[in-house]
Design a protein around this ligand. Structure first.
Ligand code: SLL
Length: 207
């Protein structure tokens, strides 16, 4: 019998919002760690039964079992740490799949936050695929079911506008994203150049 391989794409990541200057020191950020479908309309609970999140011992309780989509945990804290997930599938004889994600609260660059308005949340996410080899009949039905737009799809998430749409099949979409990244990097570079030029001018003046 030929082995049958089925794929399902997902995104694992976190999003973190700074709670601002007035926040308690130990709760400087509000973050969400999430497992979402790549498809913005798909309800992951169709084939995922539950997800066990292992957080950090400083969080109470340090582990959470989420039994329906959206498979995510929202918390407040100050520190970054590795979160591990165990993913259980419906009607499956297979062992659960283990994944891990490094929670990211702070942006890479140390540019000051915008003087006006709220800083952008920090998103760290990656696209991946579950691969099922000869799944049980029940699981196969769930994996091959037509995707109908569900209110549990990430399109309806409060974070949706910050999520990457890895599912967008129009190639212009990804080019557009690349242009945005390059533009942002150019802006950052010229900002840094201005800072260095100012410093040089100050030094010369003192000189
Ligand atoms: C670090 N290894 O030292 C990490 C641990 C743990 C952060 C970070 C929970 C909230 C709280 C929290 O943010 N824990 O402590 O009240 O950076």
């Amino acid at each position: 019998m030929a082995t049958e391989e089925l794929h399902k794409s997902f995104v694992l990541g976190s999003i973190s919002y700074s709670l601002g200057k007035k926040a308690e020191e130990s709760k400087s950020h509000e973050w969400t760690v999430f497992l979402r479908a790549a498809n913005p309309d798909e309800d992951l609970s169709l084939y995922i039964k539950k997800v066990h999140f292992v957080l950090h011992p400083t969080l109470q309780p340090p582990t959470r079992m989420i039994e329906s989509a959206p498979f995510e945990v929202t918390e407040q804290g100050w520190g970054e740490f590795e979160i591990s997930l165990q993913i259980f599938f419906h009607d499956s004889r297979d062992k659960p799949i283990e994944l891990s994600h490094m929670l990211k609260l702070y942006p890479d660059n140390d540019l000051p936050p915008p003087a006006h308005g709220v800083p952008k949340p920090v998103v760290a996410e990656r696209y991946d695929e579950f691969v099922f080899n000869s799944p049980s009949d029940g699981l196969r039905q769930r994996l091959t079911a037509e995707i109908v737009p569900s209110p549990k799809g990430w399109r309806h998430s409060a974070h949706a506008k910050y999520f990457t749409d890895y599912d967008g099949d129009a190639p212009q979409d990804s080019l557009q994203q690349i242009y945005q990244v390059i533009t942002a990097q150019l802006q950052e570079a010229s900002k840094r150049r201005r800072i260095v030029e100012d410093e040089n001018a100050n030094l010369a003046a003192k000189g």
